[in-house]
Design a protein around this ligand. Structure first.
Ligand SMILES: Cc1cc2nc3c(=O)[nH]c(=O)nc-3n(C[C@H](O)[C@H](O)[C@H](O)COP(=O)(O)OP(=O)(O)OC[C@H]3O[C@@H](n4cnc5c(N)ncnc54)[C@H](O)[C@@H]3O)c2cc1C
Length: 281
């Protein structure tokens, strides 16, 4: 199928982007890797596409103080290959699993976050690490914690007239370790179920806290403090029963996804703890 007709604009400044979005039936176009298929299938028919690719101020990628900041036009592949990404080791673990390399060379980091697919990896990373998403509208800018940003499947706290201008991931602190695992039908496909984990230990290797985010298991990434569950597989099974609430589909039942979640969560929490201990001399 072909997309319905639309107007295309490519403003050179954020103010002009916001003016184009205000009040109209317009959509931001970033990498186009999710939006163009939506248009082609006529699941969406915006009157105007507002391409943000020429807004130079949205192209920043930098580590400052204790955050890695990724501007809205930074492509996934640029982040993946950057030195800056080393400040957030979870990003290096996850990026090769975000679709295929060809998609990552066009798709943006913020586009993935704004699109809010429940099976996407980057929203889960943002949730697990407690990232902050910066959003701009004609009324000004606001900073939204990831925990409040993902409101439902393909639904976020940003309105149709706002733009995600950047995301800030906290950089790794000493004694933190990470885990990531997903099960997909083929490499590069969206996950049937996946988890990202972060464990923090003290100088003696004693666990201070552990966090886990599940994705592909509900309408949004689901993050929990799992410090008490690190060595408690039956506790993780109970957690799976609590958080995995996708209905079954042709790729697997709810019970199958709960089993995947339990196996991945158990394994990736142990991996994060091992990695955390290696980070302590
Ligand atoms: C075959 C295939 C496999 C894929 N597999 C995976 C996968 O395994 N994991 C994964 O995470 N993703 C996967 N993707 C999606 C891919 O990662 C996309 O690049 C990503 O979801 C969207 O990024 P984009 O920059 O291309 O956004 P676009 O397609 O341009 O936009 C997507 C949506 O977000 C909105 N948007 C984009 N940027 C902004 C912004 N700055 N502010 C406000 N709204 C914005 C758009 O209006 C649109 O609604 C896959 C895509 C395809 C086609």
């Amino acid at each position: 199928m072909k997309a319905a007709p639309f107007a295309y604009v490519r403003p050179g400044s954020l103010d002009d982007v916001l003016a184009e979005l205000a009040g109209g039936d317009a959509k931001v176009l970033a990498g186009g890797q999710s939006l163009v298929p939506v248009l082609a299938m006529r699941l969406g028919r915006p009157a105007t596409l507002v391409d943000i690719g020429s807004v130079a101020s949205l192209g920043d990628l930098a580590v400052t103080d204790d955050v890695l900041r990724v501007g809205a036009t930074v492509r996934q592949r640029r982040l993946e290959r950057s030195d800056e990404a080393r400040a957030v080791p979870l990003i290096g673990m996850v990026m090769p699993f975000v679709g295929h390399r060809e998609l990552r060379s066009r798709g943006t980091v913020c586009g993935s976050i704004a699109h809010a697919d429940p099976s996407a990896e980057l929203p889960a990373v943002a949730s697990c690490l407690g990232a902050t998403i910066e959003v701009a509208g004609t009324g000004g800018r606001r900073r939204v914690p990831a925990a409040e940003f993902f409101a439902g499947a393909m639904t976020t706290a940003a309105t149709a007239e706002e733009v995600v201008t950047g995301v800030e991931f906290p950089v790794a602190r000493p004694g933190e370790g990470y885990g990531f695992g997903e099960i997909a039908r083929r490499h590069g496909d969206f996950a049937l179920a996946g988890v990202v984990t972060r464990v923090r230990v003290d100088d003696d290797g004693t666990v201070l806290d552990a966090r886990l985010t599940g994705f592909g298991i509900s309408d949004t990434p689901v993050t929990r403090d799992v410090t008490a569950l690190l060595d408690d597989e039956s506790g993780i099974r109970d957690l799976a029963a609590d958080v995995v609430d996708t209905g079954g589909d042709t790729h697997g039942s709810t019970g199958y996804r709960r089993r995947l979640f339990t196996v991945l969560a158990t394994r990736e929490l142990q991996r994060a703890r091992r990695n955390a201990r290696k980070e302590r001399p």
